[in-house]
Design a protein around this ligand. Structure first.
Ligand code: FEO
Length: 395
């Protein structure tokens, strides 16, 4: 995509990655692609905000060249060192040797550990200001949103916040603004991004939003480092983040299972019927067939989770084990959980699933349900009751 003017003298010069389907080492499936956004401010001092992934360095360079020769860049603001935003920095720095990089102290340390270059670097802290001419930039350190080096950059003259990963979406689009895309897709991708990357950081995010709100700075535009720019309704995504960070949930249950010969699946389907009979929304996923990123997105706002597995070697099956490791890492809080599964001669799956989540802030509200071999009609009726009882306990 070519450079696009987003405000007078401010350009979006980043790139759209239409084909990326896995992100963060295959922990996140990006079925709608992504973008690596970078912004160029033309003023007495010319400033580039972030770069792009290394593979797209030439496209970024071409976009900047449409506007100014690269050697004219005075400052490069590095809001975040992760490779999708700093990967093109070595190529850019080779073409604009007089440029100074600005970022947090952790950014300086992290950039060196990525690229081993002694670039001219200025450490900035919250409330530090950088005069560009007509415009000024100020900085807000945002450690652990989502890396220790993370920072937001704010331009008061345009009420423009550039928070890097925060408020982003893995969403490739030829449109650059929120009002130009389907709103359901936009919020779905925003929620997916929050659930799969930011979920464990809710307390930090809430505190940072409150801190920024106390600064009483107007925010008319949020230009994140992935996806589209929020210019129509930035409050929409801020309010969504507040709700997700507070752990606000719906009367909804997500049932995730893995089955060996179909018995655990029979149990799962009856449990779902029991939940639905109470008027509670329920989603069912065979994790061996499902997109984990999508399942986690559904779990973000669900009040209850039920996990099922057949027993194999006194343990759960491998796909549900891998999934529960991810769930454990997301540190869900104040959710109700239950476990079920079928076994042959010796059980073990439900106990192992419980064990995996024992240090998580989730509450098991119903005893495990396990049946030998294939469940008979009476046992299936117990599965229905298990689901109904679990759903009633959520109300
Ligand atoms: Fe988009 Fe944390 O990198």
């Amino acid at each position: 995509m070519a450079a696009i003017k987003i405000l007078p003298d401010i350009y979006s010069v980043g790139v759209v990655d239409w084909n990326v389907r896995n992100f963060h080492g295959h922990t996140y499936t990006t079925q709608r692609g992504s973008s690596y956004n970078a912004y160029l401010i033309i003023d007495e001092k010319i400033t580039l905000i972030d770069t792009v992934q290394e593979a797209f360095a030439q496209e970024l360079i071409n976009n900047i060249k449409e506007i100014i020769p690269l050697e004219k860049i005075d400052y490069i603001i590095t809001n975040h060192i992760e490779s999708d935003h700093s990967g093109a920095l070595p190529e850019i720095m080779a073409l604009c040797p007089k440029a100074k990089i600005l970022g947090t102290a952790k950014c300086q340390e992290g950039l060196y550990k990525h690229y081993y270059k002694n670039w001219d670097f200025q450490v900035v802290k919250t409330n530090d200001q950088l005069k560009l001419g007509r415009r000024t930039l100020s900085f807000i350190e945002a450690p652990m949103i989502h890396w220790p080096d993370s920072m937001f950059t704010y331009c008061p003259q345009d009420a423009l916040l550039m928070p890097n990963d925060a408020f982003g979406q893995h969403f490739a689009s030829s449109s650059r603004f929120d009002d130009q895309v389907d709103q359901c897709v936009l919020m779905e991708e925003s929620k997916k991004y929050y659930a799969n990357i930011l979920w464990p950081l809710g307390a930090v995010i809430l505190k940072k939003i409150q801190e920024v709100q106390k600064l009483n700075i107007p925010i008319k535009i949020i230009a994140p480092s992935h996806g589209v720019i929020w210019r129509n309704d930035p409050a929409k995504i801020i309010n969504a983040y507040i709700s997700w960070a507070k752990g606000q949930t719906e009367n909804k249950v997500v049932v995730v299972y893995e089955t060996m010969w179909g018995s655990t699946e029979k149990m799962a389907r009856k449990i779902v019927e029991g939940i639905a009979s109470c008027g509670t929304e329920v989603k069912l996923y065979d994790i061996a067939q499902s997109d984990r990123t999508e399942v986690i997105t559904q779990m973000l706002t669900a009040k209850g989770f039920i996990f099922g597995s057949s027993t194999h070697d006194n343990d759960m099956l491998p796909n549900i084990a891998a999934f529960l490791e991810i769930v454990k890492g997301l540190k869900p809080k104040a959710r109700k959980v239950g476990f079920f599964g079928s076994y042959g001669w010796a059980g073990g799956a439900t106990k192992e699933m419980q064990e995996l989540l024992k240090d998580s802030a989730v509450e098991q509200v119903i005893p495990d349900l396990s049946f030998k071999y294939v469940p008979d009609p009476l046992e299936l009726s117990s599965c229905f009751d298990f689901g109904a009882k679990f759903a009633q306990g959520l109300k």
